[in-house]
Ligand binder design. Sequence first.
Ligand SMILES: NC(=O)C1=CN([C@@H]2O[C@H](COP(=O)(O)OP(=O)(O)OC[C@H]3O[C@@H](n4cnc5c(N)ncnc54)[C@H](OP(=O)(O)O)[C@@H]3O)[C@@H](O)[C@H]2O)C=CC1
Ligand SMILES: CC(=O)N[C@@H](CCC(=O)OP(=O)(O)O)C(=O)O
Length: 343
Amino acid sequence: MGTRVAVAGASGYAGGELLRLLLAHPDLEVGPVTAGTSAGAPVTSVHPQLPQLAGTTFGGTSAAVLADADLVLLALPHGQSAALAAQLPPTLPVVDLGADHRLASAADWEAFYGGAHAGTWTYGLPELPGARAALRGAVRVANPGCYPTSVALGLAPVLAAGLVEPQDVVVVAASGTSGAGRSAKASLLGSEVMGSMAAYKAGGAHQHTPEMEQTLSAAAGAPVSLLFTPTLAPMPRGILATCTARLAQGTTTAALREVLAAAYDPEPFVHLLPEGAWPATASTYGSNAVQLQAAADPRSGRATVVVAIDNLGKGAAGQAVQNANLLLGLEETAGLSAAGVAP
Ligand SMILES: NC(=O)C1=CN([C@@H]2O[C@H](COP(=O)(O)OP(=O)(O)OC[C@H]3O[C@@H](n4cnc5c(N)ncnc54)[C@H](OP(=O)(O)O)[C@@H]3O)[C@@H](O)[C@H]2O)C=CC1
Ligand SMILES: CC(=O)N[C@@H](CCC(=O)OP(=O)(O)O)C(=O)O
């Protein structure tokens, strides 16, 4: 029998994408599949795109059900993972797609999410320096947030190289509507989203701000201050993050690109585009790919790094499978594609 993977929150958007990836994975197979209000319903009634699971129904979510697997993927709303994970056998590998175990600072958790801080797990962004080795030896992994994945990959190398200043980083990012989860469907499918873009949680209020600062401060070796403005775009999937930061003295476009190329040329999923080409979400659609580009603007004194991902791919389920591969000692790229679906 292959390695069985349990998915909690399998009736959600991230859960559905996890199931799609697991069904195509050469070494993993779908184990217990659990949900909340959808428990008892056929999987295909929620995910008609997964005919291989005809005949399978969602189970109720409990530690006992999930423990009947070799690895557990938690795709539950924020605040729902910690209590459940605490009841699982400590040796059972778990990747949590939610935020419960991402932040080291209890004060930041309480300020942005509320409630008690559950603790910190190994942060699952394999392309960050040193992360891969830590993930290979980990049992519990906090999968990063969708926006923080894009921003960290864009800015960490240039901050680490001292090419931009750690203070006054500004990020404006657009997300597809699936980023808000299935439960937001009724309002997101309505006329208020189609044909319009809207900012939300602006003015430093978004819960991903401390997660971005945490990762980037570690990369820079100095505290990073960052203003993040998320926007909702009328598309089902994708994140386009536009990150700008003050240039350090003498930083050129060539220097930014050289550092990003050195960081990502060996990476199977992260692609620095040819100079002058800028990322588009469509190129990453349905994949675990990341596309990025950078330029220095001496006139404004700022660097721009633009990053595109699929929020459900590298922003959630793809990254979780990449982390699961590392935890289980499998080929890191197994079951994952860097090729997007286009047009
Ligand atoms: N969507 C995205 O792009 C990304 C999502 N994530 C994270 O993944 C997680 C899931 O997000 P997403 O798929 O978008 O959310 P959805 O709202 O689409 O799905 C939530 C899932 O959790 C289940 N659920 C809710 N409450 C409970 C409960 N009390 N007990 C058991 N199951 C419950 C739901 O089941 P049911 O519907 O049957 O009640 C559903 O399966 C979140 O933590 C999110 O932050 C991370 C990165 C990106
Ligand atoms: C469009 C939209 O609403 N996006 C969500 C993304 C949250 C999410 O999915 O959270 P994690 O990535 O932390 O798990 C938001 O901005 O809150």
